[in-house]
Design a protein around this ligand. Structure first.
Ligand SMILES: [Zn+2]
Length: 188
């Protein structure tokens, strides 16, 4: 079972606060601490913006460790005419998705969107023709409209973010390590 993300976030804050007071020992890898925002931007998505929102909701519901929201441009959504849909992942949770307008008239646009976002979230293609597998993509045929990741696929994303988010291999920006001195003019 999963707790609502807000609840888990609050739990994380509470745990951190208690830990700061020395009241509790923080678990080495609390699941709540792994929740990471994946900020997507639909300003260039044209007619596919609503599909991106739906796909984000699907991923949020299927996973524990990510929270997709329109909070930035880690993931840009574009569309084009011809050439095929694709995802360009620059790092876990970052990159761009491009939806081919013509392809989206043959295949389910929501399935395409959810699949391509799956690549940004770390999943490879798995062309096994199984409609129940999101990453089977077009191999499942145009009649397949399933936009949901399998439990295995969702678990894989959770695993990637659960570990990679705390891994030194993931580019990261650290801010706030050196707060401004309280007393202006203090000499060090
Ligand atoms: Zn693919």
């Amino acid at each position: 079972m999963r707790l609502p993300k807000v609840t888990r976030f609050l739990a994380t804050v509470a745990t951190a606060a208690l830990a700061a007071l020395g009241a509790v020992t923080v678990d080495a890898a609390p699941a709540a601490a792994a929740v990471r925002n994946v900020c997507y931007n639909t300003s260039q998505a044209g007619p596919f913006a609503s599909y991106a929102v739906q796909a984000a909701s699907i991923w949020n519901n299927a996973t524990n460790n990510i929270n997709m929201a329109q909070c930035g441009s880690n993931l840009m959504i574009y569309y084009t005419y011809g050439g095929g849909s694709y995802a360009q992942r620059t790092s876990l949770g970052n990159g761009r998705v491009v939806i081919d307008y013509y392809q989206a008239q043959q295949y389910s646009p929501l399935r395409i969107m959810t699949h391509e976002i799956g690549h940004i979230l770390g999943l490879p293609d798995n062309y096994n023709g199984n409609c129940a597998i999101l990453m089977s993509g077009g191999s499942a045929g145009t009649s397949c409209t399933n936009p949901y990741p399998s439990s295995t696929e969702a678990a894989r994303v959770d695993s990637l973010f659960g570990f990679a988010a705390r891994s030194a291999t993931t580019p990261q920006v650290f801010t706030g390590s050196w707060p401004a001195p309280v007393t202006a003019g203090a000499q060090r």
